[in-house]
Ligand binder design. Structure first.
Ligand code: PLP
Length: 123
């Protein structure tokens, strides 16, 4: 089978599964908790945050882990629009509901798309 929908559903890399497996099993502790096992998980989480930041040239404080797409879209849209209410918000006409419904809370323009789904820059 040739599966071409990786934009919306991607198989997790074997390396990621391997790296995460301890945290899905024996190191399952809540990193925000205060007992020692949880503090060890917090250290690993902060190491990961620093590693990702270093790899993309960001500061660790700029790396925010979310649980999924809806949370990420809401964080981005509401974060920007609540911080910069004068910002121009434009979303495409074919956004996932997670984006479209978040954008509905603001005066966002809807950019039309052409017959292959690209934003029509002439509109
Ligand atoms: C662009 C986009 N945003 C948000 C979501 C929703 O993601 P989640 O189920 O992780 O909240 C999806 C899911 O397919 C998506 O493709």
């Amino acid at each position: 089978m040739i599966y071409l929908d990786n934009a919306a559903a991607t198989p997790v890399s074997k390396k990621v599964i391997e790296a995460m497996m301890p945290y899905y099993s024996e190191l399952f502790h809540n990193p925000s908790a205060h007992y020692s096992a949880a503090r060890n998980v917090k250290v690993a989480l902060e190491d990961a945050r620093e590693d990702i930041a270093r790899q993309i040239g960001a500061r660790p404080s700029e790396i925010i882990f979310t649980a999924g797409g809806t949370e990420s879209a809401n964080l981005a849209i509401k974060g920007i629009m609540d911080t910069y209410p004068e910002a121009n918000c434009v979303v495409s006409a074919i956004e996932h509901d997670a984006v479209a419904k978040s954008a509905q809370h603001y005066e966002c323009k809807i950019a039309p798309v052409d017959n292959v789904g690209c934003v029509d820059k002439t509109a």
